[in-house]
Design a protein around this ligand. Structure first.
Ligand SMILES: [Zn+2]
Length: 204
C-alpha cells in the first residue's frame, strides 16, 4: 500500500470509528450483544488463529486493508458511507510474528484468562462489573503479576479487603497462571463452540 493510500485508510478508519457509533445493524435474529460488539476470530495470514476482537475493530481492519473477511456473521452493517457484512472471522493480509510465550499483563488479558468470572464466587460478569484482586494484597507485599492477580467482583473484593485468602476463608476457584498460547487457544476454542464458523479455523 502506498503512503498516501495508507494515510487515507487511516483517516478513513478514524472517521469510521466515529460514525460507527451511529451505525445501524440489520439482522434477522435478536442479539444479546449488539452485532458490533460480537467477537470476531482474527487469523494470521497463515490461517493460524491469533486473537479475538470485537466486530467493530474487525470492520475497521478490513476497511483499512489490513485484513480480509473470511466469514460473515449474518448481520449487515449500514453506516453513513458503508454497507457491508459484519465479519465473524477475518484474516490479516500480512503475516505477523506473534510472541506466543509472553502476553502483556493487562486488565483485559487477566479478565480473558479468567473468562470474566469472579475467581472467588464464580459469578460471570461484564468487564465493567469486575475488578482485579491482588491475591496477596499489595499492602502485604503482593506483586502485580499473572500469579497474583485475578478477576474479582466488587462485592468479593470488598469482603476480602486486605486479608489473605485463608484469613478471609475465601477460596480461589483455581490457581492463577500466566496466560500463554495454550490458554488463549483454549479460550478461542471455548468461544468457538458458540460460533460454528470458527471451528474449521480453530481445530486445524
Ligand atoms: Zn465474587
Amino acid at each position: 500500500m502506498s503512503m498516501s493510500a495508507q494515510s487515507a485508510a487511516s483517516r478513513y478508519g478514524k472517521s469510521l470509528a466515529g460514525c460507527m457509533h451511529h451505525a445501524r445493524v440489520a439482522g434477522d435474529e435478536p442479539l444479546q450483544w449488539t452485532a458490533l460488539h460480537a467477537p470476531v476470530l482474527v487469523l494470521n495470514a497463515s490461517y493460524e488463529p491469533i486473537n479475538v476482537c470485537a466486530a467493530r475493530r474487525a470492520i475497521i481492519l478490513v476497511l483499512k486493508g489490513v485484513a480480509m473477511m473470511e466469514e460473515a456473521n449474518g448481520h449487515y452493517l449500514h453506516a453513513a458511507r458503508i454497507a457491508m457484512h459484519v465479519p465473524s472471522v477475518i484474516r490479516l493480509l500480512e503475516y505477523r510474528r506473534i510472541p506466543h510465550q509472553t502476553r502483556a499483563l493487562s486488565r483485559k488479558n487477566i479478565l480473558l484468562r479468567d473468562r470474566n468470572t469472579c475467581q472467588y464466587c464464580g459469578k460471570i460478569l461484564a468487564a465493567g462489573e469486575l475488578t482485579l484482586d491482588h491475591v496477596i494484597p499489595r499492602s502485604r507485599g503482593g506483586a502485580s503479576t499473572w500469579e497474583n492477580l485475578v478477576a474479582c467482583c466488587h462485592s468479593c473484593n470488598r469482603r476480602k479487603g486486605n486479608l489473605l485468602p485463608h484469613e478471609s476463608s475465601m477460596k480461589l476457584m483455581r490457581e492463577p497462571r500466566a496466560f500463554n498460547l495454550h490458554t488463549s487457544r483454549h479460550i478461542m476454542r471455548m468461544m468457538g463452540r458458540s460460533d460454528s464458523k470458527w471451528r474449521k479455523y480453530l481445530f486445524y
